[in-house]
Write a protein that binds this ligand. Structure first.
Ligand code: A3P
Length: 288
């Protein structure tokens, strides 16, 4: 199967070539959801890996073995990436799935499904900065060039996976069409991890005893995850992700964007944000 090249699009959106093919994207849009599925949905760099770890741990009642022995892309594969059918064929039990696809591409497949959908959003200034540095260490992505250029592409919606604005508005604005939907933010998880874990455990109907909750909280902390090679992407060969250029588990903070955005860029961003989000009730936490 031919991998997508850099300029090739699917439904008007570009995707990282080494993981996607036209066939894999088509497979995702026609995905056969089961009512027992858990689907984690994010725009890239919004806390995907964190939620994959949380869902794994909550489902295992805090037992860290799966987290420590199975890479996140095996225990919670992205349905749009080409290896997904093989991973699912080899897996057993209820499925945890991940996607970065916008709502409009998955709406037909999700129609009538009782799958549990967890949407994680993050303040977009931190998303942009995290995505920018990810492009620098991920050799399978084009060099992002100066930050100002990357910021323009992000605002234009021409980065991989398309427009952040369409993504969050598409999923949250259509949540009433999804039978089981949980919206949570990176910032909420950061500011109140325990409360967030309780929320996820209630949503998944996986009650946790106090000791189990404590175990989940410890294993999904930034420090533990940074050291866990099943989630920190150090298992990926250097020619694909070069950790000498930057770590996947980079900073894990709220408000780190101030170290990269100039005052003018921040102001211009705020103007675009206000206009594009005028029809949305979502609010974000921009600093810790
Ligand atoms: P930074 O680059 O700002 O550090 P994704 O998994 O969607 O690609 O998102 C990656 C971002 O989530 C990175 O942000 C990473 O450090 C952060 N992250 C991952 N696990 C985390 C955790 N346990 N606590 C806080 N941030 C975490």
């Amino acid at each position: 199967m031919a991998r997508l090249d850099v300029t090739e699009t699917f439904k008007g959106i570009t995707f990282p070539g080494h993981l996607h093919t036209q066939e894999s994207l088509l497979y995702a849009t026609k995905f056969n959801f089961q009512d027992t599925d858990i689907l984690i949905v994010t725009f890239p760099k919004s806390g995907t890996t964190w939620m994959q770890e949380i869902v794994t741990l909550v489902s295992c009642k805090g037992d860290p073995v799966k987290s420590q022995t199975q890479p996140n892309w095996v225990r919670a594969p992205w349905i749009e990436q080409y290896y997904c059918p093989d991973v699912l064929k080899a897996s057993q039990g209820p499925r945890v799935l991940t996607t970065h696809l916008p709502y409009k591409l998955l709406a037909p497949a999700l129609q009538g499904s009782k799958a549990k959908v967890i949407y994680v959003a993050r303040n977009p200034k931190d998303v942009i900065v995290s995505y920018y540095f990810f492009h620098k260490m991920a050799n399978f992505l084009n060099d992002p060039g100066p930050f100002s250029e990357f910021l323009s592409s992000f605002l234009d919606g021409t980065v991989h996976y398309g427009s952040w604005f369409d993504h969050v508005k598409g999923w949250t604005g259509n949540s009433r069409n999804i039978e089981n939907f949980l919206y949570i933010t990176y910032e909420e998880m950061w500011e109140d991890l325990r409360g967030s874990l309780e929320k996820v455990s209630r949503f998944l109907q996986c009650p946790l005893l106090e000791q189990e909750l404590i175990s989940v909280q410890k294993t999904c902390s930034f420090n533990t995850m940074s050291e866990n090679n099943m989630v920190n992407y150090t298992l990926v060969p250097q020619e694909i992700m070069d950790h000498s250029k930057g770590r996947f588990m980079r900073k894990g903070e709220i408000g780190d964007w101030v170290n990269t955005f100039s005052k003018e860029q921040s102001h211009n961003f705020d103007v675009v944000f206000a206009s594009k989000m005028a029809d949305s009730l979502l609010t974000f936490v921009w600093e810790a």
